[in-house]
Write a protein that binds this ligand. Structure first.
Ligand code: GDP
Length: 301
């Protein structure tokens, strides 16, 4: 599977090393496993949860061979991911009475937010949806320009104002425009300045409130974009953004450039938010709908 090679090799290599010379899962193997999971950015809480579940199985079955450990670990990780990641986004359809379907995208600068929006717009469009983009990250001129580039590349209309204008006003205009064009999906970019948490919360709340003047139940999704290669930072960002707004789903980017895809497991578990998309490169086609079984396979194959 393209892009996830690094995750695959490294987790599997580390896991193999953790059990080398051991035939039975004992405390030492579990300690090693704990280290491997933490080193793969699964996060401490989720790691402990996984270890506990394996301990229970070891206690119940008395003897568990290290050969079986792969299978058991795989089952436990799949079970964890299933608790939050149930749907199949490949068949995304617009729910009744939710047209235009409004996706508000949040995340700090540099995580791949604009790129993810561009890739998403391209994919939705390819599937026959009429998409409109809203450049409500008005804080940086570069953000507006970058989104414009994706709009040009994909031929998707964009609503923008000059830098420094009111983000809520841009979002309002975008929804108005989408409704008048009878568009299917609206994707709204927002500024991700974490240094002022109260401002962040106020800004996102205001954007929502103003959008609801046009589409009463907007946004239908709040997509948080996280950089999968940043480990603890990604956890911290998830914490801040879930405090600031109601995040409904995640996109985890740059999984092609990291050996630590465990962030996907830890964050969806810890925050109980489904991962909808993963980014595996810079190109327009390098956004995959998250498939939990494929992801688990990439860890263990
Ligand atoms: P933003 O500031 O969050 O909007 O970030 P951008 O969308 O501008 O992305 C920042 C950089 O990350 C750019 O160079 C992108 O090409 C790159 N990028 C985004 N997603 C991915 C990904 O999934 N894999 C890789 N390798 N690079 C990515």
């Amino acid at each position: 599977d393209k892009g996830l090679e690094k995750t695959k090799e490294n987790f599997f290599d580390k896991l193999s090393k953790a059990v080398v010379g051991k035939s039975k899962v004992d405390d030492e193997v579990l300690d090693n496993l704990e280290e491997v999971l933490v080193a793969s950015d699964v996060g401490v809480n989720t790691t402990l949860k996984i270890i506990e579940r394996i301990e229970e199985r070891v206690a119940k079955d008395k003897y568990v061979s290290t050969n079986e450990l792969n299978k058991i670990l795989r089952e436990e990780i799949a079970a964890l991911l299933s608790e939050t990641n149930s749907g199949n986004e490949t068949d995304f359809t617009i729910p009744a009475n939710k047209k235009p379907y409004v996706i508000m995208v949040v995340g700090v600068n540099g995580v791949g937010k604009t790129t993810t929006i561009g890739k998403l717009a391209a994919q939705f469009q390819k599937r026959g949806f009429k998409v409109v983009l809203g450049a409500a990250d008005t804080f940086r001129a570069a953000a507006i320009d970058q989104l414009q580039i994706w709009a040009d590349r994909t031929g998707v209309p964009i609503v923008r104002q000059e830098m420094g204008s009111d983000p809520a006003s841009v979002a309002f205009d975008t929804l108005k425009s989408a409704v008048s064009q009878n568009a299917d999906i609206v994707i709204i970019d927002t500024a991700g300045r974490l240094h002022n948490k109260v401002n962040l919360m106020n800004e996102l709340t205001k954007i929502k409130r103003v959008m609801q003047k046009v589409v009463a139940d907007a946004p239908h999704d709040v997509l948080l974009v996280l950089d999968g290669s940043t480990g603890q930072n990604a956890f911290e960002q998830a914490k801040q953004f879930t405090k600031a707004t109601e995040v409904s789903c995640l996109a985890v980017t740059k999984l092609d450039g990291t050996a630590k895809g465990g962030v996907v497991i830890g964050i969806s578990d810890q925050f109980q938010i489904p991962v909808k998309y993963i980014g595996v490169g810079e190109g327009i086609d390098d956004l995959q709908v998250f498939n939990k079984m494929e992801f688990v396979d990439s860890f263990f194959k």
